[in-house]
Design a binder for this molecule. Sequence first.
Ligand code: 13P
Length: 355
Amino acid sequence: MNTQELINTARKMVADDKGLLAMDESSPTCNKRFAKWGIPETVEARRAWRELIVTTLGLGESIGGAILYDETIRQQKKDGTPFVKVIMDAGIVPGIKVDTGAKDLAGHPGEKITEGLDGLRDRLAEYFQMGARFAKWRAVIAVGDGIPSRGCIQANAQALARYAALCQEAGMVPVVEPEVLMDGEHSLDRCGEVTEEVLRTVFNQLYTQRVLLEGMILKPNMVLPGLTCPRQESVDEVADATVKCLLRAVPAAVPGIAFLSGGQPSELASARLNAMNVRFKSALPWALAFSFARAIQQPAMEIWRGKEPNVLAAQQALSHRARCNRAARRGEYNAAMDKDMSAPTNIPQVTKPAA
Ligand code: 13P
């Protein structure tokens, strides 16, 4: 393991107020998103969608790393140029999702364990050869009556730590993603409690497995009320709860925290990230960035709908969302940016907390 290279890569991924673009949906997940817009659920349509994304002009100005999927890392543009080369030429670090999905956790109804450790050392070596310099593994934690259980949190945290150690051994930066899901009626406070417990357990396991904190990126959920919770807190309240939780649980040695979007509306995800940076950026030890899939891709996919004549307009929408999120990293995102794209938006004003 070359420690300095890992540190350099991790820093590069979130440098210059950039973030990560998650385009690592498995084929079934990608097909599910295509089905909503009547896009054919074929290998060629998935390739065309990924070509649209990676050839978006200026993407590297806002995106520091792109997370690919096994199918995608092996694909090329129509003219035969490998996607990995297109990404690297844009100054973006290529990465790869390496977990094999969340399966039912035995003895724990309603809870999941993420699989993919078997054979991981060999797969990482192959992906490194192909140019990937970071990897991603997502654990999912559901909130509900009596869950999450200690058993679920511990099993997922240990798998994340074993994956992270194998990544670093292979020279790749682990993006450690423990996602507390938004589904449910739970309150913002409950999400905060669960997220704090999950993160504390994950960092305990990362320490136990000797993971270099300076050479990793954390990809957590924001602290949010459940989707069907009757009380939906303001952007500022979400920013405060999220930063308070992270300050308690994430060591200062971690260079970057890149949030998943988790199904939040695109503008709201940008506004919440923006509020965190407006209110706290100068006081935080780590960069607060983004690693969005849906919150960057969805508006573009809706425009594209699988039709060649829509490619340019879809790329403009994708580039726009990437730029909005870069602005949010600087605390410079506002509703007017989205009005420029004539997208409907309802972004509340953000205020700095009293000193
Ligand atoms: P979303 O931003 O759509 O939640 O996806 C992020 C991700 O990579 C999920 O694993």
